[in-house]
Design a protein around this ligand. Structure first.
Ligand code: G3P
Ligand code: MG
Length: 247
């Protein structure tokens, strides 16, 4: 049995790998994160039309590939044809959207831990969470610690039933007045808040209630230092190379 994610969670987590340094949510981005010393990364998982869990942030492939249209309406074969690297730089031409399976193998090789954000297309929360949960039960094999997170409570509840041994994190932009009820409903052990909405008092309240407090997406060193001084458990950054020297 591997250790729980929070037992080894570093205070700096790479966003979509190392999003500022390489094309986000690709194997080269995960390797780049590890190369600069990152010990954990956050990435987004969603489904293709034929139910293959793949790593991609947007519902439409337009921004980060040479194609267009909703990922949920494309088969894995169609997704595999897309170039997910040259939009970032010519140097990365031909980089592909990775499957969750390839990603797990890559992270096991790199020896880093994973915050896997379940990113369902709206309306597809349950199928996404079920497929990803079942996939992890078959393929993760305790190779490294993992934290599952989502903005969607239904997705968290669904995946939590399938993978009860894995910790859950609830994502939000602002902190709702009923945050504690939401965390409890979701079965979450951590609250992940958008940087603009974090206050020192909120960090204290959430941690005093027994939850971890994570902040995304922090790219400025002074801001990261302030948040770390306030005691946030981790910050998620596009530039782990910039923030790692702080810890
Ligand atoms: O998990 C933190 C962060 O990734 C949530 O927002 O839109 O970058 O997936 P987003
Ligand atoms: Mg994310």
């Amino acid at each position: 049995m591997t250790t729980s994610f929070f037992d080894t969670m570093p205070r700096i987590i790479g966003h979509r790998g190392a999003r500022g340094l390489a094309p986000e949510n690709t194997l080269v981005s995960f390797r780049k994160a590890a190369e600069v010393g990152t010990k954990s990364i956050e990435i987004d998982v969603t489904l293709t039309a034929d139910g293959v869990p793949v790593i991609h942030h947007d519902m439409d492939v337009k921004r980060c590939t040479d194609g267009s249209g909703p990922i949920l309406l494309k088969t894995f074969e169609e997704i595999r044809d897309l170039d997910a690297g040259s939009w970032f730089s010519d140097q990365y031409r031909g980089v592909r959207i990775p499957t969750l399976e390839e990603t797990l193998d890559c992270l096991a090789d790199l020896g880093i831990s994973l915050n896997l954000e379940v990113k369902p297309c709206a309306g597809w929360q349950v199928p996404t969470a079920e497929t990803v949960g079942q996939f992890l039960n078959t393929h993760l094999k305790d190779r490294f610690p993992i934290l599952l997170s989502s903005f969607d409570i239904e997705a968290l509840v669904t995946i939590g039933r399938i993978t009860p041994h894995l910790p859950l994190g609830y994502l939000t932009e602002a902190i709702a007045p009923d945050w504690e009820k939401r965390l409890s409903e979701a079965g979450a052990a951590s609250l992940h808040v958008q940087r603009e909405f974090v206050t020192e008092a909120a960090v204290r309240d959430v941690q005093s209630a027994g939850y971890k407090f994570l902040v995304y997406t922090v790219n400025d060193e002074d801001e990261a230092k302030r948040l770390l001084d306030w005691g946030v458990d981790a910050v998620i950054t596009d530039y782990p190379d910039r923030l790692l020297p702080l810890i």
